[in-house]
Write a protein that binds this ligand. Structure first.
Ligand code: C5P
Length: 218
């Protein structure tokens, strides 16, 4: 089992996290959730009392914290200065502010550098995010872009988080728009990515397709 880097990008609710973790598990690879890193910085910004729209204040917080990310697919974790933040970073406050924080170029520089280090250190890893195939790991062995209809994505997220469907749909739409239109590393399909629409596909089916694509490329 040699080097194998899989980049999984796509909007929220496309099935990225579940598919990436599962794929990492069956490949005996590590799993890196880059969204958790942007969420962790956002959590630290909110705790510090800084305004998430104040790029300078956000950059300062990002530079000061010690962010540790666990990459075992069975037990991923996120620590900020030694404190587990796994639950807090999924809350509505962080979700509402993360796109603003992720749009700050310096934050992206810091996190992309950390992500590249983790990838280089493991060599065998499934990485999920928005800019993995385009920016973080342009030389990945397989690039996947997952999509699903807006209705399906909202449905999945509202079931997952037990939130109101209409509000969830509006939030997804807002975040997609911010993530796709920002200047620094926007959500974008890599030209060499395999696009998979998961609207009608179960998790196991998506994972099986990705495995067969990997088999073919080695
Ligand atoms: O994937 P998740 O929904 O947890 O990501 C949260 C937010 O983090 C996204 O809406 C996006 O603003 C940001 N993000 C990013 N680049 C990544 C991963 C996440 O900008 N590689």
């Amino acid at each position: 089992s040699g080097r194998c880097v899989v980049a999984v990008d796509g909007p929220s609710g496309s099935g990225k996290s579940t598919v990436s973790r599962r794929l990492a598990g069956v490949l005996g690879a590590q799993y890196l959730d880059t969204g958790a890193m942007y969420r962790a910085v956002t959590w630290a910004v909110l705790v510090s009392g800084a305004d998430p729209h104040d790029a300078e204040a956000v950059a300062k917080v990002a530079g000061e914290i010690d962010l540790e990310i666990g990459t075992e697919p069975d037990a991923p974790y996120t620590h900020v200065d030694g404190t587990p933040v796994d639950r807090a970073i999924r809350g509505p406050e962080v979700t509402g502010a993360v796109s603003a924080v992720a749009a700050v170029p310096w934050v992206r520089q810091l996190l992309v550098a950390q992500q590249r280090k983790i990838i280089a250190a493991t060599g065998r890893i499934v990485v999920e995010g928005r800019d993995i195939g385009t920016v973080v790991a342009p030389d990945a062995d397989l690039k996947v872009y997952l999509t699903a209809s807006a209705a399906t994505r909202a449905q999945r997220r509202s079931t997952e988080n037990a939130t109101d469907l209409t509000a969830t749909a509006a939030d997804l739409d807002r975040r997609d728009r911010l993530d796709s239109t920002r200047t620094a590393d926007p959500l974008q399909q890599a030209t060499d990515a395999v696009v998979l629409d998961t609207t009608e596909l179960g998790i196991e089916e998506v994972v099986a397709r990705l495995r067969s694509l990997l088999d073919r490329s080695f």
